[in-house]
Ligand binder design. Structure first.
Ligand SMILES: *[C@@H]1O[C@H](CO)[C@@H](O)[C@H](O)[C@H]1NC(C)=O
Length: 315
């Protein structure tokens, strides 16, 4: 289906975060560090939760799921970026690019939905404490972790199927550090109206539904907390959802900051900063936010580390 002198291209060029040669080394060290911190931090959370049977409650199982999504999310973009810096190559094949785009969408969307699910869990725990066990049955919990996976794959599949219809002609240079959907659409020489419409519709619904769930949950939570008369009780109720609220504010603060506040400076840079925040910084911060503020999590991590360091032979 080539028209005129247009040829479909077989690879893309990822310019990365900076075109200055002297900055490459710094970026490499910085992103390698963030990658390792994310993988180790979230990995420890998953280990601590799965080894400590006290933490086999819905809240922690959802947190383990979030950690898994975070490790996966950062692994879609950063290792390839590090490899490209190290090998001084900027190219990525068409197939890898599409694959990278697919999985980066899947995990960001899962992250988003899991934050909604976790808010719902806190809502039930604080607003319906007596019915918590009967509402959050194992079957519902599994359902609540499966739904984000299914929905995110549907979203990613829709974007991918629409993207592979597009023709890419002479432009193949992405001003980005991984194959993100929006910058890819800008390169196409086909009409991208439908793609952009779907990006808008799906993007909006993927953000709105979890956000509405979070808002609804927190309104009920705040009302319930205000009704508690003892200061201690108030603090206890708040501290179990404070870390979740921090993550939510970080996540949606980023969305608002990057996409809704018009920036007079380079729009390209805003794209890149947003992508770094979503795919690198948020996944890196989650374990710290959850484990530093949470006594049970700290205890479980301490147990895990003591066990590994001092009793490596005892399973
Ligand atoms: C995710 O959640 C489900 C259901 O709550 C749980 O069975 C599963 O172990 C969790 N996954 C991880 C990686 O902890």
């Amino acid at each position: 289906m080539h028209q005129g002198n247009q040829t479909t291209i077989s690879k893309f060029i990822l310019l990365g975060l900076s075109d200055q040669a002297e900055q490459q080394k710094l970026l490499f060290v910085l992103f390698l560090g963030m990658y390792l911190v994310t993988v180790v931090g979230n990995g420890l959370i998953i280990l601590a939760i799965s080894l400590d049977t006290h933490l086999h409650t819905p809240m922690y199982l959802f947190l383990a799921n979030l950690s898994f999504a975070d490790i996966s999310s950062i692994s879609t973009s950063v290792p390839k970026m590090l490899m490209n810096i190290q090998t001084n190559s900027q190219s990525i094949t068409y197939e890898s690019c599409i694959t990278q785009m697919y999985f980066s969408i899947v995990f960001v969307v899962i992250d988003n939905f899991l934050l909604g699910v976790m808010a719902y869990d806190r809502f039930v725990a604080i607003c319906h404490p007596l019915n918590y066990m009967t509402i959050m049955k194992p079957r519902l919990c599994i359902l609540l972790t499966v739904i984000p996976w299914v929905l995110s794959n549907i979203v990613a599949l829709t974007h991918t199927l629409l993207l592979i219809q597009l023709l890419f002609c002479d432009k193949n240079t992405l001003q980005h550090f991984f194959c993100d959907l929006a910058p890819l659409l800008k390169l196409s020489c086909s009409d991208t109206m439908i793609n952009e419409l779907m990006l808008f519709i799906l993007g909006l619904s993927v953000i709105t539904f979890p956000f509405a769930l979070i808002l609804f949950s927190y309104i009920c939570i705040v009302r319930a907390v205000l009704r508690i008369s003892s200061k201690e009780g108030k603090w206890k109720a708040f501290s179990t959802c404070g870390s979740h609220l921090t993550v939510v504010l970080l996540f949606y603060g980023t969305i608002v900051g990057v996409y809704f506040i018009p920036s007079s400076t380079h729009p390209d840079n805003t794209d890149k900063i947003g992508a770094v925040l979503f795919t690198v910084v948020t996944p890196m911060m989650n374990p710290f936010i959850y484990s530093l503020k949470n006594k049970d999590m700290k205890g479980a991590l301490r147990k895990l580390i003591n066990r590994k360091v001092f009793y490596p032979l005892i399973p």
